[in-house]
Write a protein that binds this ligand. Structure first.
Ligand code: NAI
Ligand code: A1CAB
Length: 266
């Protein structure tokens, strides 16, 4: 089975996927082609040996695995343009596009294709994504290839398609939520005495360590919180004040608002 991969849409996510794939060694750079209308921003990838092009048809002719990483409103036109060069026996489509369902793609390309939807996040560039995957019409071999690919770029979980919007919110939007949490810690850290660079380092490494505790020990967050909160201490005083100010509630409402935005817009 050929490993050649085309990434249609070399934007934030498309380039992050290419960067992650190169550093993983999963595929040689010369076996990746990435497309964009204006290819000037793809020069750093080209310098690493990736093929860059503004011609999607050329990319589809080159590769067997087609990662669609364009904006949702662009995918229908692009699939229509690609259709003459797409072959269900040769090509597998992997869409990372928010809110575009298997049936939406099938309306353009028909029902013969193997289709995957994958929902990574931008940490895929440093191989630390969580990528939720669902499949349609896939052989065991094809499923294994897609899992292998994304396992090189972080962790994967195979889900039902009906959970894909929820996966987008928790896994992909989640990167932005986490950044805001870290930024707020930096702002607080500066107010209590640190310079910005030191506050950033402490805040980011602390969040990384907290996440690693959960991932390695498989504990519940509240178990880890219990280990930090000294009775009558400063941690519980701060945590309770955060809750009085609506911390958890605002996060939950934000998650649900992001979800409703996908469901209502698409
Ligand atoms: N940015 C993120 O964190 C995540 C994004 N997604 C989804 O991935 C998709 C891409 O998102 P971003 O990379 O953030 O958007 P983006 O706007 O940065 O990238 C889309 C790219 O497609 C290119 N493009 C437009 N028309 C094209 C064409 N005809 N042929 C080839 N390329 C074309 C654009 O020039 C742009 O570079 C979206 O559907 C988004 O919902 C999914 C998970 C995470
Ligand atoms: O904000 C968005 O619509 C996309 C989906 C997940 C991350 N970015």
């Amino acid at each position: 089975m050929s490993k050649k991969i085309a990434i249609i849409g070399g934007g934030n996510l498309g380039t992050a996927i290419a960067e992650g794939l190169i550093s993983s060694g999963f595929i040689q750079p010369k076996h990746i082609i990435i497309t964009k209308r204006n290819i000037s921003t793809l020069q750093p990838l080209e310098e690493k040996g990736v093929l860059v092009s503004n011609n999607n048809a050329e990319a589809v002719k080159f590769a067997d695995w087609i990662i669609l990483a364009v904006k949702p409103f662009q995918v229908k036109d692009i699939l229509e343009q690609l259709q003459p060069d797409l072959d269900a026996k040769r090509h597998t489509l992997i869409s990372v596009i928010t809110g575009i369902w298997v049936k939406d793609m099938q309306e353009v390309v028909g029902e013969d294709f193997t289709l995957f939807r994958a929902m990574p996040n931008t940490a895929i560039a440093i191989r630390e994504s969580i990528t939720c995957i669902c499949k349609y019409n896939a052989s065991k071999e094809q499923e294994q290839f897609v899992k292998d690919l994304f396992n090189q770029l972080g962790k994967t979980v195979v889900i039902e398609e009906k959970l894909m919007d929820a996966a987008t919110v928790l896994g992909a939007c989640g990167t932005a939520y986490a950044m805001r949490y870290i930024r707020a810690n930096i702002q607080g850290g500066i107010e209590i005495g640190f310079d910005a660079a030191t506050a950033s380092l402490i805040a980011a490494q602390t969040v990384k360590g907290a996440a690693e505790l959960l991932l390695t020990k498989h504990t519940h967050p509240e178990q880890e919180i219990d280990k930090v909160t000294t009775p009558k201490g400063c941690t519980i005083a701060g945590l309770n004040e955060m809750e009085h100010q609506g911390f958890s509630s605002s996060l939950i409402k934000g998650v649900v608002t992001s979800y409703k935005k996908i469901v209502n817009d698409m």
